[in-house]
Write a protein that binds this ligand. Structure first.
Ligand code: AR6
Ligand code: MG
Length: 304
């Protein structure tokens, strides 16, 4: 599998997961969801992909450097063009604060939610470009944390983004993975006790071969980062050889389907490459040629 195909698989896989997850809202039946997918002419993504695009654009403009202010400004400009993408309440508040005052993004993010910072899953939902781009560097975790801090100051908001970037990086470099070991390794690499425990739980659930509903109940599938990143990782690891199956695990449980779809799709796409994504769905994905262009530019930039 070429790295180029994995870059594309990751970015398109995440956007497609977002769009399919958005469409699956309140739908628990695979046949029903697939019928809906056939009927639709266009698959629309949400804020998850809009922000992943922002991260990719900033990385490209800054030639592979993470510049927190530039990332924040790129997020803000993209938000202003498309405020209807379904953003969480946190990011637009930060954009407003930055515009009004003299403080920078990281400082504004620290004031949210009574000063504890956001632990929403927004820092992880957009991490696809960071995970593949820094996969071969030693510090993909630290790079992801820096991007998280632009909007998510809570320790869990940062750890969740770091862990998911590590998963994407690892998946994009592997030809064969062992699901339980993968989950246990991520448990070791996480920096909060909460994620450590949850990721060990992922390994246990994989071992006991539970159905997805039970896993989602145990791990959580909400907008909170510690209640969605572990289930997204489980969704991938339950069916690592099939993008479609992994995505169905992600989106056919109740909860934050678009974001869990985006996160699962990023890891699965990075592992399997773009050819593993169902062609009929990719063809309907909004902005697909721009997403391809971004993944190609990121790939070229890393070779430089
Ligand atoms: N304490 C309690 N609740 C919290 C906290 C906290 N410290 N932090 C976040 N929340 P937000 P995001 C809850 O607003 O992470 C879109 O639909 C709170 O209810 O920072 O970018 C995307 O598709 C808050 O509104 O935005 C994703 O699904 C929510 O978590 C999601 O929103 C989201 O945190 C991403 O949102
Ligand atoms: Mg969304």
């Amino acid at each position: 599998m070429s790295s180029k195909s994995r870059f594309k698989g990751c970015l398109l896989g995440s956007a497609l997961g977002d769009a399919v997850g958005e469409l699956s809202f309140e739908c628990r039946d695979e046949g029903e969801l697939k019928a809906k997918l056939r009927e639709k002419d266009r698959l629309r993504y949400t804020d998850d992909t809009a922000m992943a695009i922002g991260l990719a654009e900033s990385l490209i403009e800054k030639k592979g450097e993470i510049d927190q202010e530039h990332i924040g400004e790129t997020f803000k400009e993209n938000y202003k063009e498309e405020p209807w993408r379904g953003y969480g309440q946190g990011p637009p508040k930060i954009f407003k604060m930055v515009e009004k005052g003299k403080r920078n993004y990281v400082e504004c993010a620290e004031t949210l939610f009574g000063g504890e910072g956001s632990k929403g899953n927004g820092s992880a939902m957009r991490i696809a470009p960071v995970g593949v781009f820094f996969s071969i560097s030693e510090n993909v975790y630290e790079k992801a944390i820096k991007t998280a801090e632009v909007t998510h100051a809570h320790p869990l908001g940062k750890d969740g983004a770091g862990v998911l970037a590590l998963c994407i990086g690892r998946a994009s470099l592997s030809d064969k993975i062992s699901p339980e070991d993968f989950a246990l390794d991520m448990a070791e690499r996480s920096e909060t006790e909460v994620f450590g425990k949850k990721l060990k739980k992922v390994a246990e659930l994989l071992k006991s071969e539970v159905e997805r509903e039970e896993a989602a109940q145990e791990l959580g599938s909400s907008v909170l980062i510690e209640k969605s990143v572990p289930y997204a990782i489980f969704s991938f690891l339950k069916d690592p050889k099939s993008y479609e199956k992994a995505l169905m695990n992600a989106v056919l449980v109740s909860g934050d389907s678009d974001t869990i779809g985006a996160m699962t799709g990023a890891v699965s796409g990075a592992y399997l490459g773009d050819k593993a994504l169902p062609e009929a769905w990719v063809d309907k994905l909004e902005n697909v040629s721009y997403l391809k262009k971004l993944s190609e530019r990121l790939f070229e930039l890393r070779k430089e």
